[in-house]
Write a protein that binds this ligand. Structure first.
Ligand SMILES: [Fe+2]
Ligand SMILES: [Fe+2]
Length: 358
C-alpha cells in the first residue's frame, strides 16, 4: 500500500549516501543494503492512554509515562532505525488527547510507525487519527526485513455502525477491557485479503515482523486479550521461515511460540494490567512460555511500565524491556530451541517468587 513509498524513499536516501561515498553502481549498493540486517534495532513505545480532563488539563501520570519513554529513546546510542508506537495513544479517542499525544511523540528524533488501538478508534472510527498518521494498516521493507502494521481492533459492522446510540457510548463500551459488550476484536476479511496480497511479493526466507494492537492469538477472551480471526491471520503467515508478531494492548510482558510464529507483547507507558491468572474464575490464561513479571509494587507508580528496544539482526526478535521502576528484562528468540526465552528467568528454578502484599 502507500508505504512502499516510505520504503523506497528511505532506501533512496541510504543508497544515495552510500553511492556517494563508495562510487559503487547503484544496483550493487541496493543489493548490499537489502541483504544487511546489521544493527537493525528499533524502539517500541505503547499504550500511553493520554487522558483529557478539561481545558488544557490532562492526567499527569499518563503524560509522564510517555514523556519519559520519548526522552529515553532519544538518548539511545547507537540510534535505533525507527520507533513503533503500539496503539492506545489516547484514552477516549478525543481530538485533544490525540493532539496532545501526537505532540509528545513529535519530540522523537526518529520516524514513527503508528498502530491503531481501540482507545484511538471507536469515537470517530479512526478519522482524526488518520489525519495525523495516515492509513490504518500498511507495510514497508527495511534492511531485508518485511514489516507489517495491522489494525486488529475492528469488530462486526453491525456493532460498529448500529449497536450504540452515540459515538461516545461506542467508544466507552469497546474500550472496556472486561466488558463482554465490547468484544471481540478482529482484523477482518478486507484487511486479511490485503495482507494476503502484500505477502505474495515477499520471499519465504525473508524475515517478517507484524505489529498489531490486540494479540494475533487467543489468550483470554474475558479480558479481550484476543483476536477473533487470529488463526486466519496466522495461516497467512505460516509459509514464512521467520515470523514475529509484536502487540500492545495487554500492558504486560508476554511471549509465546505457535508453529513458526513468535509472539511478544510490549509494556504500556501508562499502567500495567494484572495477568489473567490472577482473576480467580479464569484459571491460567497466560501464553505457555511466559514468565510473568514480578508484579507491580503499588508504592512505585511507574512500576511494570516502560518501553522496549528491539533487535532484529538475526531475523528473529530480541526484546529488551526497559522498566521504569524495576529490573530490565530481555526475551530473545533462541535459535536452538526455536522459541523466545527470558535470558534470566526461563528456568523455573531461577524465578523470583511473587510478591506478598499485606
Ligand atoms: Fe491499552
Ligand atoms: Fe487496547
Amino acid at each position: 500500500m502507500s508505504n512502499s513509498r516510505i520504503g523506497r524513499r528511505d532506501f533512496l536516501k541510504s543508497a544515495g549516501g552510500l553511492a556517494a561515498l563508495s562510487c559503487l553502481p547503484v544496483s550493487m549498493v541496493k543489493l548490499a543494503f537489502a541483504d544487511s540486517r546489521k544493527n537493525l534495532t528499533f524502539a517500541h513505545i505503547s499504550d500511553s492512554h493520554i487522558q483529557h480532563i478539561k481545558g488544557t488539563q490532562f492526567v499527569r501520570n499518563w503524560d509522564r509515562g510517555l514523556i519519559r519513554a520519548v526522552a529515553e529513546t532519544n538518548m539511545l546510542v547507537p540510534k535505533p532505525d525507527f520507533v513503533v508506537f503500539g496503539g492506545d495513544l489516547a484514552q477516549l479517542g478525543k481530538k485533544e488527547e490525540l493532539d496532545h499525544g501526537a505532540e509528545m511523540l513529535s519530540k522523537l528524533n526518529y520516524k514513527v510507525y503508528p498502530v491503531m488501538g481501540e482507545h484511538d478508534y471507536y469515537l470517530d472510527l479512526g478519522e482524526y487519527w488518520s489525519k495525523l498518521y495516515g492509513p490504518h494498516y500498511y507495510s514497508w521493507d527495511h534492511k531485508g526485513v518485511h514489516f507489517i502494521t495491522l489494525n486488529s481492533i475492528l469488530t462486526f459492522d453491525k456493532w460498529t455502525y448500529e449497536r450504540w446510540p452515540t459515538d461516545m457510548q461506542r467508544m466507552v463500551e469497546m474500550a472496556g477491557l472486561d466488558n463482554p459488550n465490547g468484544s471481540p476484536f478482529m482484523v477482518g476479511k478486507k484487511q486479511r485479503e490485503w495482507l494476503q496480497k502484500d505477502l505474495e511479493k515477499v520471499k519465504k526466507n525473508r524475515p517478517v515482523v507484524v505489529f498489531s494492537h490486540s494479540p494475533i492469538q487467543k489468550i483470554y477472551k474475558g479480558w479481550n486479550f484476543w483476536t477473533e480471526d487470529a488463526e486466519e491471520v496466522q495461516d497467512l503467515l505460516k509459509p514464512f521461515d521467520d515470523v514475529t508478531v509484536i502487540y500492545g494492548h495487554v500492558h504486560q510482558i508476554q511471549y509465546n511460540q505457535i508453529g513458526n510464529i513468535s509472539f511478544s507483547a510490549v509494556m504500556a507507558t501508562a499502567w500495567p494490567w494484572p495477568y489473567p491468572q490472577s482473576y480467580a474464575q479464569a484459571g491460567s490464561h497466560l501464553p505457555e512460555l511466559t514468565v510473568p513479571m514480578n508484579r507491580a509494587d503499588p508504592f512505585f507508580e511507574r512500576d511494570a511500565t516502560g518501553w522496549q528496544l528491539i533487535n532484529v539482526e538475526t531475523g528473529r526478535v530480541a526484546m529488551k524491556f526497559n522498566l521504569y521502576d524495576n529490573t530490565n528484562r530481555t526475551v530473545a528468540f533462541n535459535q536452538k530451541t526455536g522459541q523466545p526465552e527470558d535470558s534470566m528467568y526461563q528456568n523455573p528454578a531461577r524465578r523470583i517468587l511473587p510478591q506478598t502484599h499485606y
